[in-house]
Design a binder for this molecule. Structure first.
Ligand code: ADP
Length: 234
């Protein structure tokens, strides 16, 4: 499958419920969303509207109750658990609000870890990690440990880790939520720049101003997408 031929991420009429009977919650209700290479989509919506569920399902960490998720044109339902784990390591980068860097590893080691877990020789993995850090403007900070970096720098390391190697789908949950406005905008700009290099990104944010840095903004309300998909295409 040529990854350029299909959208990087497609959610087709995806629903997801939790619980049963009186406790049943419909977290996502018939959501369709397509994100192509080079595209950055911001997801907004009140607390409990389904934003995290959308990212979790897009990242193959949970299966939908109905509908289909495709990554690079391949339906996730057709893949085994082992294949999904491999897909997550090779293709998908997650960025969280609290950075999730390992404190005992340097910036370069944090970034190279997913490549090494995927079987790449340590030397090559470190070289690719340094390259990814350089694209984030962190070439001089590669050997620092997370507690020797600012919050904004730590988040840029997390983004480098999300795009290192061949990874080309970034799923970010409030990546700028713990940062001041200057660093928040810098982090969103780095994701934007990664998209210019061919990555597809879905970024949850509460901040209307930051959402404007995306190509499209989609809004969730009670598990449903408010705006018609593609309404604001670049
Ligand atoms: P958001 O990220 O927009 O705050 P979530 O996706 O976390 O929203 O949640 C959407 C809805 O699904 C909420 O009502 C939430 O309580 C419910 N929900 C999410 N995850 C679970 C779960 N694992 N078990 C039960 N309910 C859940």
């Amino acid at each position: 499958m040529n990854p350029a031929a299909a959208p990087t991420l497609e959610l087709v009429r995806v629903s997801r419920h939790y619980g049963e009977g009186a406790l049943r919650v419909l977290a996502l209700d018939d959501v369709s969303l397509s994100v192509s290479r080079g595209e950055m989509v911001a997801v907004m919506g009140p607390s409990g509207s389904g934003k995290s569920t959308l990212l979790t399902i897009a990242g193959s960490l949970e299966r939908p109750s109905a509908g289909e998720v495709r990554i690079d044109g391949v339906a996730l339902a057709d893949r085994s658990r082992a294949e999904l784990a491999r897909l997550r390591r090779s293709t998908i980068g997650f960025v969280f609000q609290d950075f999730n860097l390992l404190p005992g590893l340097s910036a370069a080691e944090n970034v190279s870890l997913p490549l090494e877990l995927d079987g790449l020789a340590a030397r090559r993995a470190r070289a690719e990690a340094r390259e990814a850090l350089a694209t984030m403007g962190l070439e001089t900070k590669a050997d620092r440990f997370p507690d020797e970096l600012s919050g904004g720098e730590r988040q840029r390391v997390a983004i480098a880790r999300a795009v290192v190697g061949e990874r080309h789908l970034v799923l970010a949950d409030e990546p700028s939520g713990a940062l001041d406005s200057h660093n928040a905008e810098a982090v969103m700009s780095q994701i934007r720049a990664a998209c210019h290099r061919g990555v597809a990104a879905v970024v949850v944010t509460h901040d209307e101003h930051l959402a404007l840095l995306a190509d499209r903004v989609v809004r969730l309300r009670d598990g449903r997408l408010d705006a018609p998909e593609r309404a604001e295409a670049r």
